[in-house]
Design a protein around this ligand. Structure first.
Ligand code: NDP
Length: 319
């Protein structure tokens, strides 16, 4: 191993509630944690508006403000928070240390690793959707981030889960009309969230409806061609913004060679009730492993578990 390899006792990958909570516990336990934030510092909550269900904030708090506070709390106890993207790992020799590469160049040798990389928004995968997404021309997976650009305009949103309902409702306050495309004849969302959408005057819900193509003029979105999957009928809906809210994919590809994952990419716990993965000394917290609860508070809880498990692991090794 060359001299340029940095030795780290406890590496935390990811900067959502799971990562920062792990950092708070690890720092207070003198594990000298280094936390790499990834491409979206603060994680998914930075794209959320009001968080009303995290205990301890009786009046609510915005997602970005909460993440700033969590980072400050982690840094207060000495967490080394860095901007960087983990692009390669080698977990083949736990006793020799876990090798991690950041941004293609920086090499780390870690006593223990906590994976808290979360999940990212999914897209439909249509060529036309990707084209306008890449050019920033009217496709988005985050109404809270981008809804403002469509103020006074008409938008379309795909999805029928809680996220889609939340985002449709958010858009309805900015846009003249929101059309919601639901691929089945019912919502997946909780009753209360679905009802709120149904009760909103300027949201039109089209059931059994799938997106065939995102239409545009080369510079931006002008509409969507949709198909009713029961009647086979196609139609066009004019809009300037096309929002996708169809779920998330866990950010675990970089670990897949070494870490056991479900078919969906979510990391498998090696032992129920712990944060252990199949590799000794590598632990997981938050949405990278959680396809059931996916809440900020459960992510924080598993972040705590991962730090405690990592501390015990290091102690057993005499560190
Ligand atoms: P979900 O997986 O719950 O829902 C995804 C939705 O997208 C489903 O309705 C699904 O349809 C639809 N979908 C998937 N693929 C396609 C496609 N190719 N074309 C059209 N539609 C598609 O994801 P969410 O992000 O909504 O929610 C994730 C978790 O987070 C849930 O547990 C949810 O309860 C929670 N959450 C809670 C919130 C809150 O309480 N405030 C807010 C947001 C999320 P189908 O139903 O047919 O499968």
């Amino acid at each position: 191993m060359s001299d340029t390899v940095e030795k780290i006792k406890c590496l935390i990958i990811g900067s959502g509630p799971a990562g920062y909570t792990a950092a708070i516990y690890a720092a207070r336990a003198n594990m000298e944690p280094v936390l790499y934030q990834g491409q979206q510092p603060g994680g998914q909550l930075t794209t959320t508006n009001e968080v009303e269900n995290f205990p301890g904030y009786p009046s609510g708090i915005t997602g970005p403000a909460m993440m700033v506070e969590l980072q400050q709390q982690a840094e207060r106890f000495g967490t080394d928070v860095r901007f960087g993207w983990v692009d390669h790992v080698d977990f083949s020799d736990p006793d020799g240390g876990h090798k991690v590469r950041v941004d293609g160049t920086k090499e780390l040798l870690c006593g223990t690793v906590i994976i808290a990389t979360g999940a990212s928004a999914k897209y439909l995968g249509l060529e036309s959707e990707q084209k306008y997404l890449e050019m920033g021309g009217g496709v988005s997976a985050c109404a809270v981030c981008d809804g403002f650009f469509y103020k006074g305009q008409e938008t379309v949103i795909v999805g029928a889960g809680d996220s889609a309902c939340e985002e449709a409702h958010y858009l309805s306050k900015l846009c003249t009309k929101v059309t919601m495309l639901v691929r089945r004849d019912e919502f997946r969302a909780s009753k209360i969230m679905a009802q709120r959408v149904k009760d909103t005057e300027n949201i039109e819900i089209l059931y059994n409806t799938e997106t065939e193509e995102v239409l545009g003029d080369g510079a931006g979105v002008t509409g969507v061609r949709v198909k009713n999957n029961v009647t086979g009928e196609t139609s066009e809906i004019p809009c300037t913004g096309f929002f996708v809210a169809i779920g998330h994919k866990p950010n675990t590809d970089v670990f897949a060679e070494y870490i056991d994952c479900h078919d969906t990419g979510y990391i498998k716990y090696a032992e129920a009730g712990t944060s252990k993965t199949n590799v000794d000394g590598v632990f997981v917290a938050g949405d990278a492993a959680d396809f059931t609860y996916r809440q900020a508070v459960t992510a924080a809880g598993t972040g705590c578990m991962a730090a405690l498990d990592a501390e015990r692991y290091l102690a057993a090794k005499g560190h």
